[in-house]
Design a protein around this ligand. Structure first.
Ligand code: SF4
Length: 411
């Protein structure tokens, strides 16, 4: 889950069906019947929004795009944003959007027995891939709307093109927090959202009249200063979630020390939100299956091959980072939270087949050595790597690491 919009991906097929099966059913009765079908799929949190375009949201997103704040999310071009803010593009003839949410705040598991430095995975990605958890249920709801209610229907969970958060607000489920997250009363930002668009004309819920007031905890908690000083805008170019999940290239060097132990996503702005501090039950499928899913040993992530990555993370949101992205993130986290014992692991990563990983391993060796007063120990390792390296981007990373290296006597 990213803080600034939806991901590209496959969309479910939509089918047009005849209308009129519900005939003269009163609209309130129709709404109740539809919500009963939604609850039957386990969605206790649900609201209905009118399927109206949200041009103000589109304009704000276009401004963010023009200012470069959407970073490398190239699919969010003006045409995509036009479609994602107009339900009629998503489902021609759409009259209503049924917005559903599942709570996702599993408790922190006890650390596992494995020794060594560990990374941290955002809560939403610790259990089953939430797209899969939603997909089957939303598909069944859409099918019932077609077959039992004679309406057209189409569902989405994050794939788009339909931005879910503005419609969660219109559906009376949430208000927009300063961190840009949808905040649900009692749950805060700890929910995952899905939408079913339908041609049924259902009475809508009233939006929640609430705001964050003077609270700015998310802004001060953000390690990279990605949230605008007044809130409401996240700059993806500085956001750990964006970089660890979506960025396929090098992480900006100046941000790397600020990533801490995050290897997939970041919950810093969510963790601090007072709206989500009450206790509630999470959807069981979002629970991690073990401590290593929440706090994976970093050396283990660096040892993953393409095959073992697929084997371990199939059916999990982490797949989106791909093996190289996750190993790159593990290098940064090891540089930030590892100990001198981790230097040999990073030295091994200097021989990885991926230049992306070799370059980040060089940075991590330099950063970790400076933290552990091991500069003179790693200098020959980096110098040798420089003589053997042919990739220009990796050579530059090694040169910069050597230039920043502090020998013990110089500290
Ligand atoms: Fe992004 Fe983390 Fe900052 Fe939130 S706290 S905006 S997820 S970097």
């Amino acid at each position: 889950m990213l803080q600034f919009g939806a991901c590209e991906g496959p969309m479910w097929p939509r089918r047009r069906t005849g209308r009129g099966k519900v005939g003269a059913m009163e609209s309130d009765a129709l709404r109740e019947a539809v919500l009963a079908a939604v609850r039957a799929e386990g969605f206790e949190l649900a609201g209905i929004a009118p399927a109206a375009a949200v041009p103000a949201v589109r304009e704000a997103a276009n401004d963010a795009l023009a200012a470069g704040r959407l970073a490398g999310m190239g699919w969010m071009d003006p045409a995509w944003l036009e479609r994602a803010t107009d339900p009629d593009c998503f489902l021609p003839g759409a009259r209503s959007l049924i917005v559903v949410a599942l709570p996702n705040h599993s408790p922190e598991p006890e650390p596992g027995p494995a020794a060594g430095a560990r990374g941290r995975v955002a809560r939403y990605a610790r259990g089953r891939d939430y797209h899969r958890v939603f997909e089957k249920r939303l598909r069944r709801i859409a099918r019932r709307l077609r077959e039992e209610f004679g309406a057209d229907a189409r569902a989405t969970v994050d794939y788009g093109p339909l931005l879910e958060r503005p419609y969660a607000e219109l559906a009376g489920l949430a208000w927009r927090g300063r961190s840009t997250m949808a905040l649900l009363p009692g749950f805060g930002p700890w929910v995952m959202l899905g939408v079913v668009a339908t041609t049924l004309d259902l009475p809508a819920d009233a939006p929640i009249r609430k705001s964050c007031g003077s609270c700015a905890r998310c802004i001060t908690a953000c390690p990279t200063g990605a949230i605008a000083p007044d809130g409401g805008v996240v700059d993806a170019r500085r956001c750990i979630s964006y970089h660890t999940i979506e960025n396929r290239g090098a992480i900006p060097r100046e941000l790397r020390p600020l990533f801490g132990d995050w290897v997939f996503g970041c919950d810093a702005c969510l963790d601090t939100c007072p709206v989500g501090q009450s206790r509630f039950e999470s959807c069981a499928e979002f629970e991690p299956t073990g401590p290593d899913e929440a706090h994976p040993p970093l050396a283990g992530l660096l040892a993953l091959t393409e095959e073992t990555f697929l084997e371990r993370f199939r059916g999990r949101a982490i797949m989106r980072a791909k093996r190289d992205g996750l190993a790159r993130n593990a290098c940064i986290a090891l540089g930030n939270v590892g100990t001198a014992d981790d230097l040999p692991t990073l030295a091994g990563a200097l021989h990885d087949a991926s230049p992306l990983i070799r370059g980040h391993a060089a940075w991590a060796i330099g950063h970790l050595a400076n933290r552990c007063a091991a500069g003179s120990r790693v200098r020959p390792v980096l110098e040798r790597a420089l003589t053997e390296e042919h990739d220009s981007s990796v050579r530059e990373e090694i040169r910069l690491a050597l230039a920043d290296l502090q020998d013990e006597g110089s500290r």
